[in-house]
Design a protein around this ligand. Structure first.
Ligand code: CP
Length: 312
């Protein structure tokens, strides 16, 4: 199957077959990271620009490592050190970056829809590395890769997502992705952190962590997005931890081989205690490792595959 997309903006635009292709490609790419010499010439001569308007550790580092393992050249621009601080608009910045003829622009922005706006205006492929509360498609893909790797399938699983659903682009992308691939998704959190209409995305809503965890194959904990007004939606971190922090009792309601996941960064002692985050069921660092493989796969499929070849 050829992958003919120009951009990766959201999981909703991908078909189930395209998701399978991305995950299969990522499985192959993962082997490169286990070699002594972790580099192949696949994207030699290609240029990738990272344009991050919000902080990131995992996403930016894994894109950078992914690109370098495929021999692409990379440039990283942050909002705080770019000419955005001198008043340049996002569209002007994008057009100027485009004039330097990059092959891919990877963007993270606090405004929902910013990557979509840029994608319409540039020839380069655009990858959404997280836009506001809207979407984080590469996170959902690496989460699906991790679950498929551990469970052998994405079909028929029960995925519990717990925490600040309202402000989480990870929750939205995962609800769409996992339901598309045949899993059922249940979400739980304080009522102030459950957005109205989330059921229309295919998620079932419950209001206790035990109800969410019951018979779950995966328990995915989310951080409170304090940078998106989460501070005002519950009395204190302690109160939150008492009601929605993961406990051994909640884990015991899930299936015995349930995976404990978290997109990171984790707030230890708030949504997840250290002994569970670091415990035998946790696959949090597997998620991080698979982030490199998924981003290698996306870069390869966007600019190393058939669509790009037929453009030239
Ligand atoms: N999961 C995730 O997006 O982490 P970063 O914010 O560190 O990139």
């Amino acid at each position: 199957m050829d992958f003919v997309r120009k951009d990766i903006l959201g999981v909703e635009e991908l078909t189930g077959a395209e998701i399978e292709l991305i995950l299969d490609t990522a499985d192959s790419m993962k082997e490169i990271s286990h070699r002594d010499i972790k580099k192949v010439p696949t994207l030699r001569g290609k240029t990738i620009v990272y344009f991050f308007h919000e902080p990131s550790t995992r996403t930016i580092a894994s894109f950078e490592i992914a690109a370098k393992r495929l021999s692409a050249d990379t440039v990283s621009i942050s909002a705080s050190t770019s000419s955005i601080v001198k008043g340049e608009t996002l569209i002007d910045t994008s057009k100027n970056l485009e004039a330097m003829r990059p092959d891919v622009i990877v963007i993270r922005h606090q405004a929902s829809g910013a990557p979509h706006m840029i994608a319409k205006r540039v020839r380069a492929s655009v990858i959404n590395a997280g836009d506001g509360m809207h979407a984080h498609p590469t996170q959902a893909l690496l989460d699906m890769m991790t679950v498929r790797e551990k469970k052998g399938t994405l079909s028929g699983l029960r995925i519990a997502i717990v925490g600040d659903i309202a402000h989480s682009r990870v929750a939205r992308s995962n609800i769409i992705g996992f339901t598309k691939m045949g899993s059922s998704v249940v979400v739980a959190g304080p009522p102030t952190m459950i957005p109205t209409g989330i059921e229309s995305m295919g998620a079932k809503v419950v209001y206790s962590i035990e109800d969410a965890a019951r018979d779950a194959d995966v328990i995915m904990m989310l951080r409170i997005q304090k940078e998106r007004l989460g501070d005002f939606l519950f009395p204190s971190d302690r109160e939150y931890a008492n009601f929605f922090g993961l406990t051994h009792e909640a884990v015991s309601k899930a299936r015995k081989d349930a995976l404990i996941m978290h997109p990171g960064p984790i707030n230890r002692g708030v949504e997840i205690p250290p002994e569970i985050a670091d415990g035998p069921q946790s696959v949090i660092l597997d998620q991080v490792e698979n982030g490199v493989a998924v981003r290698m796969a996306l870069l390869y499929l966007l600019i190393g595959g058939s669509r790009h070849a037929s453009d030239n």
